[in-house]
Design a binder for this molecule. Structure first.
Ligand SMILES: Cc1cc2nc3c(=O)[nH]c(=O)nc-3n(C[C@H](O)[C@H](O)[C@H](O)COP(=O)(O)O)c2cc1C
Length: 408
């Protein structure tokens, strides 16, 4: 993964035996998605894969990427380009990260830890969701060099829990703290609801049957339990079980941070900070004016509302507004290293993925997250080489056809 030792040949960069073994069966993330439902209970797959409403927002995210085309230049490349980048003062192996997720352990018990360990091994950013299934302190142990943390709004008692989480993050030496702004209300994800999930975990006979016929998932459950809201359990009272913790978290957490609140968190947190869920350049400008260093352009992977603009279509407007003053991160719809290249070509500094890491862990268990990181890096290398970019930054020189670009 060292960016100074890019292979001189045209062979794929990811050459570990594990990578080559799985590549044959899962040559792209689409194969992981196809295989994932065979290994996990239906409700688990539906939770991780669903969008809001009828998934139209998810499909729009994907087609927005598919419609972006780059005009390659030739006669410049003699080797596969290196992929290393610096983000907020830390060097990473590639501009590719794992987006924060609440409840990945529903999809695969223990998924948070698997993703964090794989990111540490590959040296790419891993973002723990505050509603995830591992504690801040545990992730600090297993992924100290790549640990980013996402927070939702815990505003009761003048942000008592929220500020305590900031202090825990500081003690754990989290690299980047990000506040999610795009969940002002709770919306319905129909496939998740229809599959029997929502609120506390009360398995119906159908869900129990779905678990029984998925032995690999059951083994993961036996090994790891059903860890949910691990970081929040601390505040729910000693001995709080999973469902009591879920109820507690839901009663405490909610609403979107106001700009005044963002400012208070900015003042308390001593490291780099990003705001996530930004789609409008004026919101990006507001954040930068408050001293926020990272703008995370995202529509939550289409999970909040169908009628939302694809984040990639909003990206150029945001890059024009604040690209010189802030680090620009992007997610929602990434399914390949070519999508990462498209994001870089349009001005992002790094791209993140959510759902596809859940497909990977569902399809391949322990090997899944590492396999997908390697696949994305490999695909990114090939895509950069193919368009004539010598490194990730040079992707910006490419001529891009982007019919969905939104003019603000
Ligand atoms: C199962 C799941 C749970 C998520 N939970 C959170 C969360 O707790 N906080 C957050 O900021 N984003 C959350 N997201 C959104 C992701 O951080 C990210 O924005 C999105 O998944 C990116 O789109 P993609 O899934 O198309 O890659 C979640 C996404 C998924 C799939």
């Amino acid at each position: 993964m060292d960016d100074t030792t890019a292979p001189q040949s045209f062979l794929p960069a990811g050459s570990s035996p594990r990578f080559q073994k799985h590549l044959k069966h899962f040559p792209t993330s689409a194969y992981l998605r196809k295989h994932a439902p065979r290994n996990v209970p239906r409700f688990a797959f539906e939770y991780g894969d669903t969008g809001a409403g009828n998934d139209v927002g998810v499909e729009h995210n994907w087609s927005a990427f598919d419609n972006i085309k780059v005009v390659p230049r030739y006669g410049v490349m003699t080797r596969l380009p290196p992929t290393g980048v610096e983000l907020f003062g830390t060097r990473y192996a590639a501009p590719i990260g794992i987006a924060p997720m609440g409840g990945p352990s529903i999809v695969w018990p223990g998924a948070d830890l698997l993703m964090a360990k794989a990111a540490q091994a590959a040296r790419v950013p891993y973002t723990l969701g505050v509603a995830g299934g591992a504690t801040i302190e545990k992730i600090a142990e297993v992924a100290p060099d790549v640990f980013w943390l996402q927070l939702y709004r815990f505003s009761k008692n003048d942000h008592k829990i929220g500020f305590d989480l900031v202090d825990r993050a500081q003690a754990a030496q989290v690299k980047v703290l990000t506040l999610t702004l795009d969940v002002p209300v709770r919306t319905t994800r129909s496939r998740e609801t229809y599959a029997g999930l929502g609120g506390a975990f009360k398995p119906t006979p159908r869900m129990i049957y779905e678990m029984m016929i998925r032995p690999r998932w059951l083994m993961a459950l036996l090994r790891n339990g059903y860890p949910r809201f691990a970081t929040i359990r601390h505040y729910a009272g000693t001995g709080a079980g999973t469902n009591a913790t879920i109820d507690f978290a839901r009663s405490e957490m909610g609403g979107a941070f106001s700009w005044e609140e963002v400012k208070r968190y900015r003042d308390r947190w001593k490291g780099p900070m990003a705001v996530k869920g930004i789609l409008h350049p004026q919101d990006a400008e507001k954040a930068v004016a408050l001293g926020i260093e990272g703008i995370w352009v995202s529509n939550h992977g289409g999970r909040q509302i169908e009628a939302v603009a694809p984040s990639i279509d909003c990206l150029p407007g945001i890059v024009s507004a604040v690209g010189k003053k802030a680090t620009i991160l992007l997610d929602s719809g990434i399914r390949s290293g070519q999508d990462v290249m498209r994001s870089l070509a349009l001005g992002a500094d790094a791209a993140f993925a959510g759902k596809s890491f859940l497909w990977a862990v569902a399809a391949l268990g322990d090997d899944g997250p590492g396999q997908l990181i390697d696949l994305y890096i490999d695909e990114l290398r090939a895509a950069l080489g193919q368009i004539g970019a010598q490194n990730p930054a040079e992707a910006r020189n490419a001529k891009v056809l982007h019919p969905g670009r939104i003019e603000f």
